[in-house]
Design a protein around this ligand. Structure first.
Ligand code: SER
Length: 643
């Protein structure tokens, strides 16, 4: 049977043969994209190119992109949801369209993965009258023809949601299911946002498993988009040819294809096991949990749930830390913290009460190091972050138990004074335990039960919902205008970031490499590795170097270079590209010179980067550091403006 690594390789090789450039996964923390905290889909880093910017690697691109969807946290525990996953992607940037994509996908699934088309089902876009976007009959007919070539008669229907499958293979669904944009359905898209109809592929794990009959949906008809778990979406072909305007939709200047397929889900389909957590990528980590807990995965449903949450959350935390989101109380690091804590709590349900996170992570690093070598090089850092966070949380956990005991003492005092017997933990108390001490409701309930008490669950859930709405509003605000920002000011800040990076390395030493960057039209933020606070003298030196480079009015140019050549020519940047032979390199100053971060040199900096940048540094204005602070252990953060 194909391993998950083999599936990834097969997919990339398949598209390489079809003249696609294979690119490395972008970071989970989007660079230069202030609109979102995490890379949540393969297409996210591709947005500028879907909108028409030229991609340095051409018009056919494929990759396997690391993705993290924090918003799916509560879904984790079922057979198929994970917050971290890899998305296999292929893109046509105004090159091929439906006529190529659909047959290729069918070929990949049936010939390369050798999945039986009898168990494959398809959904297509039913159309959107109000916006005048037609039903995608072309795709439906194309799939029908492909099934026919395999001797399968595939009928097409459009009422599966109401009336079930009716023996059909291809189903029309409305925009709520078969339309893709980063903002969701057409109504929700901001002006300027690209989107399009999609056609999705589902794998049937078989009715014999009785997943539907045993689910909460048993009284409704089962269909491919039913949440019972019998059908699993394994890929989504988006035909991205529209963008939203103030008044409706218009065609983009180019017809794009954006395919995204869950690697782990494809692997589950190949195994024909509806449980994604049984695939090989989890073997090692699952084994560690089994060993430490003495419990066997899959034996009891409640334990299985705890296994899955622990497996998912620690994998996500491993990759988040590797990409620079160390546990903290802010921004992305907050999610890392929350996920580690949740994993610790769920593992405690399995009886694991000693530090264990680093050991699970060791399993993941071994499993993934071949694909993501940076995990191996950063492993000491990852272990130490996990260890520290776990230690800290175990202390909080203790404090939470103390808080709980205080509640009990309060009940006892009230009883002594008034004779009134309290038997219920109030919503407010339960919510405080959740919010301040990280106790989930179930944990409070468990503790309450041990003391013959109940919990105001409905009240807690109401408070919880309110809290979620507030955080959702927060993340929607982050989404703002939708587009990755390429305004003139952001482009200036982007170039200033290159000058800053080179200057920081010059002043502090070669260890001070970039760990993150975030740019808005108002400021730049730059994270870099450095163990201590910068002195005023160092800050001034960095400012002077950057301003010197601006005054010198260097030209900024890019070249596509073979990876090895870029390395030889001292380009700074992340050298993690597994596949890419050509890289895009920006030089500030003479493109042929040796970079020295000194305004008296002809070449100031050379860095691996996708762009865009200004043409001359002279336009940047005056560079000023407004803050230098700690971002997380061993990482400093500079905020700077151009005046
Ligand atoms: N953008 C689509 C998705 O995330 C396909 O890549 O599903």
């Amino acid at each position: 049977m194909l391993s998950t690594h083999e599936i990834r390789k097969k997919y990339l090789d398949f598209f390489k043969q079809k003249s696609h450039a294979i690119i490395a996964s972008a970071s989970l923390l989007p660079e230069n994209d202030p609109t979102t905290l995490f890379t949540g889909s393969g297409m996210q880093p591709m947005v500028p190119f879907l909108l028409g910017e030229k991609h340095p690697r051409g018009t056919r691109i494929a990759d396997s992109q690391k993705c993290f969807r924090a918003q799916d946290m509560d879904e984790v525990g079922d057979n198929r949801h994970t917050t971290f996953f890899e998305m296999l992607g292929n893109w046509s940037l105004g090159d091929y369209f439906k006529q190529e994509q659909i047959p290729w996908m069918f070929e990949f699934i049936t010939e390369e993965l050798t999945l039986d088309p009898k168990n494959l089902y398809i959904t297509c876009f039913a159309g959107h009258d109000e916006f005048g976007i037609p039903r995608d009959e072309e795709s439906a007919k194309m799939w029908q023809g492909l099934f026919a070539q395999k001797g399968i008669e595939a009928s097409i229907i459009d009422d599966a949601q109401a009336n079930g499958m009716q023996g059909a293979k291809i189903f029309y669904y409305p925009a709520s299911k078969n339309w893709w944009s980063r903002a969701g359905v057409p109504e929700k898209m901001p002006a300027g946002e690209p989107g399009g109809p999609d056609t999705e592929m589902f794998w049937d794990f078989s009715a014999d498993l009785k997943l539907h009959e045993n689910s909460e949906f048993k009284d409704q008809p089962c269909h491919v988009n039913c949440d019972c778990g019998r059908f699993m979406e394994i890929g989504n072909n988006v035909f991205m040819e529209y963008f939203k305007t103030e008044s409706g939709f218009e065609k983009l200047s180019q017809q794009n294809v954006d395919f995204g397929g869950g690697l782990e889900r494809m692997s589950a389909a190949v195994r024909n096991d509806a449980d994604v957590f049984t695939i090989d990528l989890f073997d090692s980590a699952r084994g560690v949990i089994e060993k430490l807990s003495g419990k066997k995965y899959g034996e009891h449903s409640e334990e299985t749930y705890a296994f899955r949450v622990t497996l998912d959350h620690l994998r996500a935390a491993t990759f988040l830390i590797a990409d620079g989101a160390s546990p903290s109380n802010k921004d992305q690091g907050y999610f890392t913290r929350r996920f580690i804590r949740r994993a610790v709590r769920f593992a405690s349900k399995l009886g694991i009460n000693e530090n264990f996170c680093a050991e699970i992570t060791r399993g993941y690093i071994e499993t993934y190091a071949h694909q993501y070598p940076d995990l191996e090089t950063k492993k000491d850092h990852i272990f130490s972050e996990l260890h520290t966070e776990e230690d800290k949380f175990r202390v909080t956990l203790e404090q939470g138990i103390k808080e709980f005991e205080k509640i009990l003492a309060g009940f006892a005092r009230a009883f002594e004074k008034t004779g009134q017997k309290f038997t219920e933990i109030s919503a407010k108390q339960a919510f405080k335990l959740y919010d301040t001490y990280g106790f989930p409701l179930e944990m409070t309930e468990d503790l309450a039960k041990e003391h013959g008490l109940t919990v105001d669950k409905a009240g807690f859930e109401e408070a919880f919902k309110k809290h979620q709405e507030i955080s959702r509003q927060g993340s929607e605000q982050k989404f703002k205008g939708g587009l990755a920002d390429t305004s003139e000011m952001s482009v200036k800040y982007h170039t200033a970031t290159h000058l800053l990076h080179a200057s920081v390395l010059k002043v502090l030493g070669s260890h001070a490499t970039q760990k993150g960057s975030n740019i808005t039209p108002e400021r730049l933020r730059f994270d870099f590795a450095h163990p201590e606070k910068m002195t005023d003298v160092q800050k001034k030196e960095v400012e002077d170097l950057v301003n010197g480079a601006i005054a010198r009015d260097y030209s900024v140019t890019f070249e596509l270079l073979p990876y090895e050549e870029a390395k030889k020519r001292n380009a700074i940047g992340l050298f993690e590209d597994n596949y890419g032979d050509q890289v895009k390199v920006y030089t500030v100053g003479d493109p042929l010179g040796v970079p020295v971060a000194d305004p008296s040199a002809d070449t100031f900096s050379r860095e691996l980067c996708g762009g865009p940048h200004v043409e001359h540094t002279g336009v940047l204005g005056k560079f000023k550091i407004v803050k230098e602070e700690s971002s997380s252990a061993g990482i400093r953060r500079i905020k700077a403006v151009l005046e």
